[in-house]
Design a protein around this ligand. Structure first.
Ligand SMILES: Cc1ncc(COP(=O)(O)O)c(C=O)c1O
Length: 426
């Protein structure tokens, strides 16, 4: 049963009300979220719960943005924290006021460690996944004769980055090519096992690909790397904040992520996990002031002046997701994806690039919309249906990409499918 919760209870759960009134300049802060039926931790109570969650975002109710793989909105509590903390520094930029920010940053590190189920000693707060990936490819001692095995479906920050550094330092990049449709977890474990040689020093792959949403066998590949004595970098840009990621179990040497994607955090904040066992192999790329206070961050995180407000807001984003329930978020995004996949399968002429097997995908779906121009189609959906998705250009599995998250609804997915149907039959 879904208990009906008053607006006051709802506001208290997400710490809205009072503090919003104190920092009431931004328009969104003036608009208190409407009353909602809400049961804390009660995602199983259905659409009323998710409607309440959606009301914690400032996106207008009629706008359906399904582009989480690119950029997610920050929730009201995150916006509120960001504004409050920014204002505090600008109102009083004295060393005395800023002194409190160091412990705040450490609280964010602690929250990140809990979220990823590792220790604060292993967490570096970066700007984004690109920076995290590059801190790894810059920081390892690699030379001529060494090999790095990369998955061909990696993002440029984890593909071009290695290829360019190979030119500079003389090591070799070996590519495990992506296969479409997803050939199964076993295929990639075998392919990486074959690609690793006595010269291999690192393997790197993307947990959930941004191209077509292929889920990779993260634990099996990290286990393989450890067995073969090589380091593993797991790009988590598309899994962090979507999947209930447990790095304690997966045990990569390095894991990277961005706050502004699935965690719905503030922009320009990210994470790099550096496993204790790999810390003596990674050189800092930046030497400056203001290091972290614990573990590897003392040596590695002297990145100079940062925006502490963003880091504190990042922590709020993690708390927001934790309140909703990590497993519930993953389940919701996966259910919306299955609804989308089922609908796409019924649309004539659509070629879906994403695996039909739910075990091989999560919440990123790409497809070719028949012979329609993808840009024009995306524009028509935005203008006529108020549904925002993104396009994939180029020759490689081109078309459209949809990435729904927990703030979307089954009705929004239906609206997208109806819009697609209309445009395809026009
Ligand atoms: C798999 C993957 N890695 C890295 C990145 C880079 O993320 P950011 O732009 O947040 O640095 C992206 C961005 O889409 C991505 O999808």
């Amino acid at each position: 049963m879904t208990p009906s919760v008053s607006r006051r209870d709802f506001a208290r759960l997400f710490a809205i009300g009072g503090s919003a009134a104190l920092f009431a300049d931004p328009v969104w802060a003036r608009q208190a979220p409407p009353a909602a039926s809400f049961s804390p931790g009660g995602a199983s109570s259905g659409e009323a719960f998710w409607k309440g969650v959606r009301e914690q975002f400032v996106m207008p109710p009629e706008l359906a943005v399904m582009n989480a793989a690119n950029l997610c909105p920050s929730s009201r509590p995150v916006l509120e924290t960001l504004t409050r903390e920014s204002r505090s520094v600008d109102a009083d930029p004295s060393p005395n006021n800023r002194a409190r920010l160091m412990p705040e940053k450490e609280q964010t590190r602690k929250a990140l460690a809990e979220f990823l189920r590792v220790t604060p000693d292993e967490v570096i707060i970066t700007r984004n996944t690109s920076e995290s990936n590059n801190l790894v490819s810059n920081g390892l001692d690699l030379k001529a004769g060494d090999e790095v095995v990369v998955h061909g479906d990696n993002h440029p920050s984890n593909l071009t980055a290695w290829k360019e550094k190979a030119k500079r330092y003389g090591f070799t990049v070996v590519t495990v090519e992506q296969k479409n449709p997803h050939p199964g977890m076993g295929y990639y474990v075998d392919a990486f096992a074959k690609a690793i040689t006595p010269r291999t020093k690192v393997i790197t792959f993307t947990h959930l690909s941004s191209t077509v949403g292929d889920l990779m066998p993260a634990k099996a590949l990290c286990d393989l790397a450890q067995q073969r004595g090589v380091l593993s970098l797991l790009d988590g840009a598309q899994s962090f904040g979507l999947l209930d990621v447990n790095l304690g179990e997966i045990q990569p040497d390095f894991y990277s992520g961005s706050a502004h994607k699935w965690p719905c955090g503030a922009r320009e904040c990210g994470v790099l996990f550096v496993n204790k066992r790999a810390q003596d192999k990674l050189w800092p790329s930046i030497y400056s002031a203001y290091p972290g206070a614990v573990g590897f961050s003392k040596k590695f995180e002297s990145f100079g002046q940062r925006d502490e407000a963003t880091m504190i807001a990042f922590r709020e984003a993690l708390a927001f997701q934790t309140k909703i329930g990590r497993a519930a978020i993953e389940e919701r995004a996966r259910a919306l994806t299955t609804q989308l996949m089922d609908g796409l399968a019924k649309l004539p002429g659509v070629k879906v690039w994403t695996s039909p097997d739910p075990a091989l995908r999560a919440a990123v779906v790409s497809f070719l919309p028949g012979s329609l121009d993808a840009n024009k189609l995306a524009d028509a959906l935005y203008q006529k249906d108020k549904v925002a998705i993104t396009t994939r250009g180029g020759q490689d599995r081109a078309g459209l990409r949809v990435s729904p998250h927990f703030y979307n609804s089954p009705a929004e997915v239906d609206r997208l499918l109806a819009g697609l149907k209309r445009e395809l039959s026009a």
